[in-house]
Write a new protein. Structure first.
Ligand code: NAD
Ligand code: UGA
Length: 441
């Protein structure tokens, strides 16, 4: 089928490349000149394992192209059918997916301005035979509002919801093996189009109305975030009663009604989605006079988590003024270069405020991280970051941190304090090497 994407970010780029891999002809459009220019020159603007190969293959096969919005608009305006009643020509695009950002406003609600802008651009450039599909995460009722806006402006396009559930760092794998595909449609033609697009994956498709589909996405992210906040609170309790949070997670998670996933205690959840989506859902609930107290507790708990982590460090090494702290990991999780709402960034900022000198090493996050943290120094390897430091703090669970030469690291440090806030290291081995080892729970 012929499909297009508006937005070549973490979701749009991955989905566009993978749909092309499945055999569709895909055009991926973005208004960011640098991003499109990089993609046209065979460079990846994001770090996502495995994605580059799929993009290269799809481009070579002639099924994937990247276009700057302004270039695209001018050529589309020549192509769009002048007669809206005319039946769909072979050249027409079957569906256009909107995958632009929905960042939080100060109030917590989702900023939908990018969605509304993109939808208007699509309506002006594509005939009403093209289905508009919103892949971005949008509050319940948004597809309906978009259709109302289009009708008020004389357009009759249909708008469907098709939320995305991929995770950064395993996006390719998640796309190819979805637990389910949710489609929120209000007519059979839209349903048939989406079923046809996903047919090569032979997925379990959940068909709903658009509003339920939109809520499934918010509720799923919020539920996963709730599991994380819960285990983090349990980790705090483990520290008080001398229990082990790793065994607690396992013991709970093996009950299939609970499940082991998302029960890993850490420095709090981050990323471009969980924090913003739970805020947006909480805000939406309040506007409907139906507050969700569980969500509010999770937000509160996760915000406190950052300060709690910083306090664990200062409780051990005292006044941080002038002390060098080596931080390993700045991205919000391993496998990505994304530092949006990363717990590491927040924790580093708290340590900086307390007067610490921060040296960071991250295998993929240095470019974005150094822009957000101009006061921190970014080192080229972990040992450089650790030189004469009073502590090493692990904030992202990169595999390479498990394979460090800990003897060398020990000898590089001024004081051998190891704060493993992802519980990825062998504490006994480190203690044998005379580290003072601190982990979570
Ligand atoms: P992103 O910021 O990485 O990408 C958005 C892209 O859209 C940017 O490249 C931007 O330049 C482009 N853009 C914005 N307005 C445009 C316009 N009018 N025309 C053309 N391009 C435009 O965002 P993302 O992380 O890919 O997230 C997109 C949406 O998907 C969000 O709603 C997010 O909540 C949701 N989501 C994200 C993930 C994830 O892993 N990041 C997973 C599932 C869902
Ligand atoms: C998350 C969801 O898992 C995806 O299904 C969803 O599509 C995506 O948000 C989205 O809507 O953008 P992502 O943010 O890429 O994906 O990463 P996760 O693996 O979910 O991790 C989110 C945060 O929770 C990270 O900071 C991670 O370190 C933390 N986390 C995760 C834990 O602290 N413990 C866990 O057990 C799992």
């Amino acid at each position: 089928m012929k499909i297009a994407f508006i937005g070549a970010g973490y979701v749009g780029l991955v989905s566009a490349a993978m749909f092309a891999h499945l055999g569709h002809n895909v055009t991926c459009i973005d208004n960011n000149h640098d991003k499109i220019s990089a993609l046209q020159n065979g460079k990846l603007p994001i770090y996502e394992p495995g994605l580059g190969e799929y993009i290269n293959k799809a481009r070579l096969a002639g099924r994937l192209s990247f276009v700057l919005s302004s270039d695209f608009d001018s050529c589309r305006s020549r192509e769009v059918s002048q007669d809206p009643q005319e039946s769909k020509s072979e050249e027409e695009t079957d569906a256009i997916f909107i995958a632009v950002g929905t960042p939080p406003l100060a109030s917590g609600e989702a900023d939908l301005s990018y969605i509304y802008d993109a939808t208007m651009q699509v309506a002006q450039s594509y005939s009403e035979n093209t289905l508009i599909v919103v892949k971005s995460t949008i509050p319940p009722g948004t597809c309906k509002s978009l259709e109302s806006m289009l009708r008020a402006k004389g357009f009759s396009h249909k708008v469907a919801s098709n939320p995305e559930f991929l995770r950064e760092g395993s996006a390719v794998e998640d796309f190819l093996n979805p637990d389910r595909i949710v489609i929120g449609v209000s007519d059979q033609k839209a349903e048939a189009t989406l079923r046809e697009i996903y047919k090569p994956l032979d997925p379990l498709i959940i068909k709903t109305d658009p509003t339920t589909s939109e809520l499934i996405k918010y509720a799923s992210n919020s539920f996963l975030a709730t599991k994380i906040a819960f285990i983090n609170e349990m980790a705090n309790l483990c520290e008080k009663v001398d229990a082990d949070v790793e065994m607690l997670s396992r013991g709970m998670g093996l009950d299939h009604r609970i499940g082991e996933a998302f029960l890993k205690a850490g420095p709090g959840f981050g990323g471009s989605c969980f924090p913003k989506d739970i805020l947006a859902l909480s805000h939406l609930a309040k506007t409907h006079e139906q507050p969700c107290h569980v969500l509010d507790a999770v937000i509160f708990s996760n915000q406190n988590r950052r300060t709690h982590m910083a306090r664990k460090i200062s409780n051990t090494i005292g006044d941080l003024k002038g002390k060098v702290i080596c931080v390993l990991g700045v991205t919000f999780k391993a496998g990505t270069d994304d530092v949006r709402s990363s717990p590491a960034v927040d924790i580093i900022n708290i340590l900086l405020q307390q007067g610490a000198n921060i040296r960071v090493y991250d295998p993929e996050g240095a470019a974005h991280g150094s822009r957000l943290l101009p006061e921190a120094t970014f080192a080229k390897d972990p040992y450089e970051a650790a030189t004469k430091a009073e502590a090493v703090v692990i904030l992202t669970e990169w595999d390479e941190f498990k394979l460090l030469d800990f003897k060398k690291l020990h000898d590089t440090l001024a004081k051998p304090n190891m704060f493993d806030f992802r519980n990825i290291l062998d504490g006994e081995q480190l203690q044998k090497l005379r580290f003072s080892y601190h982990r979570i729970g």
